[in-house]
Design a protein around this ligand. Sequence first.
Ligand code: AMP
Ligand code: GLY
Length: 423
Amino acid sequence: MKVFVVGGGGREHAIIRALKRSPKVDRLFAAPGNGGISKMAVCFPTKATDIEGILADVRQTKPDFVFVAPDDPLVMGLVDRLNEEGFKTFGPRANAALIEGSKVFSKSLMKRYGIPTADYETFNDPDRAIAYIKEKDSYPTVIKCDGLALGKGVIIAEDFEQAEEAVKSMMVEGKFGKSGSEIVVEEYLTGPEVTVLAFTDGKTVKPMVSSMDHKRAYDDDMGLNTGGMGTIAPNPLYTEEKQQECMEKIFIPTIKAMRAEGRPFKGCIYFGLMLTPNGAKVIEYNCRFGDPEAQVVLPLLETDLVDIMEAIWEEKLDKLDVKWSDKACACVVMASGGYPEKYETGFEVEGLDASGQTEGDAYVYHAGTRAENGKFNTIGGRVLGVTATADTLQEALDKAYKAVDTISFEGAHYRKDIGKKAL
Ligand code: AMP
Ligand code: GLY
């Protein structure tokens, strides 16, 4: 089989590695890929958001499956276009990807179907939003722009001034472009966060091993929100009991609701959950694997990923037993100095062999690297996701950090407390 993976981050490297393990796969393609991926797949220099460009690459390579991993091409309808041309795909069509593409849509879906989430109001007029915040007078308050914003469209305002500034930056100054023309103002929730990814064919939902992301840039959850600075799986705060509650009150109702709305979701759905004192609530849905959640969840998958992709495509996921290892996995992200704000690139990554790996027991998922003249140079904010699997979380973390110590590039920073809250 030939499989084409759209995307070029650490998540896509993890997907490619899981596909490579399948005895059914003999050729892999990626666009745009990255330095690490280029050692396992033929890469095309096409951006994931260049829909026409990707279609041209796919027509040329004629893969048996196209795996669309990032949010933007899913929301832009790449799967719909590929299906129209007869290609099999993994990932939702645009009308289902809207669950991530529009917070106004996902919040109203949850309200209509009684799925637990923070109370909220939506606004398309900044003055009305500001008046509402003033009247509520309860802080912190959470302000989210409707559309995709590279994970940066959420502001937690500690007082009225911050809230007003957030509304203005989104709706008046247009900091997030069209994404911010409509906003959600929601109740601030507290409790530990858990990510649960789930496979679904639109009818059956099969949750994967849970995980914990670390969104802030620095140790002890200080600094700005990032795409994710590290992950562990499973998340020990997500007990058997929580899993049952979430299955009954969140996962199954969401899949049913999407189907009832004529938007059957096929692929991987991401449940960003908060375990509040009043039960588990949805913080966000994403229409894809998380990054860096995929890097710790996929190494624990024992079933062939291609079998899962086929079962979802054929809507027979109920017939497939998806098996997981009971080991633990940890991923430490090494980022460029300055990330998530301004950062420089073009530095050589030291400590990697010709295949982009390190000695020892860890696996290095590449994100922002490019292979050039037998070396790997940095080209992005999140550069590497150094990942290890072991019998216990402590051992996995030790192995991952030991490998991190052997890798360096100018300005590199990483969190030293990944998984600490889970030990
Ligand atoms: P999101 O991009 O929607 O995942 O939001 C980014 C982060 O903001 C989440 O991981 C939470 O830590 C935080 N957050 C979002 N919504 C809320 C909320 N209603 N209450 C408290 N924290 C929130
Ligand atoms: N790690 C968070 C996300 O992928 O959205």
